[in-house]
Design a binder for this molecule. Sequence first.
Ligand code: 9L3
Ligand code: MG
Length: 140
Amino acid sequence: MTKPDLAISRIMTVVAVALVDGDGRVLLQRRPEGKAMAGLWEFPGGKLEAGESPEAALVRELREELGIDVEAACLAPATFASEPLGDRHLLLLLYACRKWRGVPQALEASALKWARPLEMHGLDMPPADRPLIGLIEALL
Ligand code: 9L3
Ligand code: MG
């Protein structure tokens, strides 16, 4: 029988954010060439490092990817998605955030875009992000 710890190690936890501006638009970033899923528009975020809480991971990722400062207390758990990813499984935890310091810059992405849900439906997004559009709509 498979040991439970081995089964758990096949789950990759990724945290991401719906950064919402005053006009109800949400920030998406385009995955750069050379990375998996290059060219797709995603909610910014990334993998948890060992021992990191999801909120701490997101605060770190937003600093690295966008150059903005977010307080962990401002991150509201919104929803999640679960998707097979090769021989692993991706668990994407999505937070909502309406308050940050700094102006988002594409430090790792090839482009940034403030989008409304209606526009998001027409964009190429990773399979885990796509089902979240409808759920984000309910938040705005
Ligand atoms: N991923 C999907 N949607 C997202 C994010 C941030 C990440 N909104 C997927 C793409 C990769 C994996 O998670 O398969 C790890 O992301 P990264 O560390 O390559 O950005
Ligand atoms: Mg990332």
